[in-house]
Design a protein. Structure first.
Length: 197
C-alpha cells in the first residue's frame, strides 16, 4: 500500500513516563526518514509538539489541524508547513481523516481515545479502508486491547474486528505493517438480527 500521509492521534500532555516522549520523537523521525507527511492535531505542547518537532528537525513535512477554540489551550505550532484552524472538533477529525492514508495512535487521554475509536468505527462501517496502528509504548494500550477482546466475548464486537489495528512498540515496525495494507476486515453484515417466531 502506498502510505504517504500518516495521521497521528496523541496526547497534548507529555505523560508521566519519559518513554512516551521518546516514542513520539522516534515516530516523528521515522516518518521524516520515510518521507511520509505527518498529519496531527496541530499543537506545540505535549506528545503532539514533540512528535511534530522531531519530524521537522529530521527534515520531514508536518500538517496540523487545530480548532479555534483550542488555539489558546493547545498552543498552535507555528513551525508547521500547514496549520489549518477549523471551527470544531468534528471539522478537525474530518479533515485529518481526509488527508491521511493511515492512522497511528500514541498514548494519550480522552481526545486520543475518541479519535481512535471514531476512525475504527468508520472502518467497521466501510467508510474507509485505511490501516490503523497503535504504538504500544510500555504496554499503554494493553487494557484497551483487552477491552475490545471483552467486547468480542460478550457479543458486541464481531470476531473479525477483534484486532482492527496493528500493534507494535516500534515505530519502524508499525509503519512497515501499515504499509502492508488495511488492518480491518470489512464484513458485509456485522449486525445479526434475532428472528422472531
Amino acid at each position: 500500500m502506498d502510505v504517504r500521509t500518516v495521521c497521528v492521534f496523541c496526547g497534548s500532555r507529555p505523560g508521566s513516563r519519559p518513554e512516551f516522549l521518546a516514542a513520539a520523537q522516534a515516530l516523528g523521525e521515522e516518518l521524516a526518514r520515510r518521507k511520509m507527511t505527518l498529519i496531527y492535531g496541530g499543537a506545540s505542547v505535549g506528545l503532539m509538539g514533540a512528535l511534530a518537532d522531531a519530524a521537522l528537525s529530521a527534515g520531514g513535512r508536518a500538517v496540523g489541524v487545530l480548532p479555534l477554540s483550542l488555539q489558546q489551550r493547545e498552543l498552535g505550532h507555528q513551525g508547521l508547513h500547514e496549520l489549518h484552524l477549523v471551527n470544531s472538533m468534528h471539522e478537525r477529525k474530518a479533515l485529518m481523516a481526509k488527508r491521511a492514508d493511515a492512522f497511528v495512535a500514541l498514548p494519550g487521554g480522552f481526545g486520543t481515545f475518541d479519535e481512535l475509536f471514531e476512525i475504527i468505527t468508520w472502518g467497521q462501517l466501510g467508510l474507509h479502508q485505511k490501516p490503523i496502528g497503535l504504538l504500544d509504548v510500555g504496554g499503554y494500550f494493553q487494557p484497551l486491547i483487552a477491552m475490545v477482546r471483552r467486547g468480542v466475548e460478550d457479543g458486541f464486537v464481531p470476531e473479525a474486528h477483534e484486532r482492527p489495528f496493528a500493534v507494535s512498540g516500534s515505530a519502524a515496525e508499525l509503519l512497515d505493517r501499515l504499509q502492508a495494507g488495511p488492518t480491518m476486515q470489512v464484513t458485509e453484515k456485522w449486525i445479526r438480527r434475532t428472528e422472531e417466531t
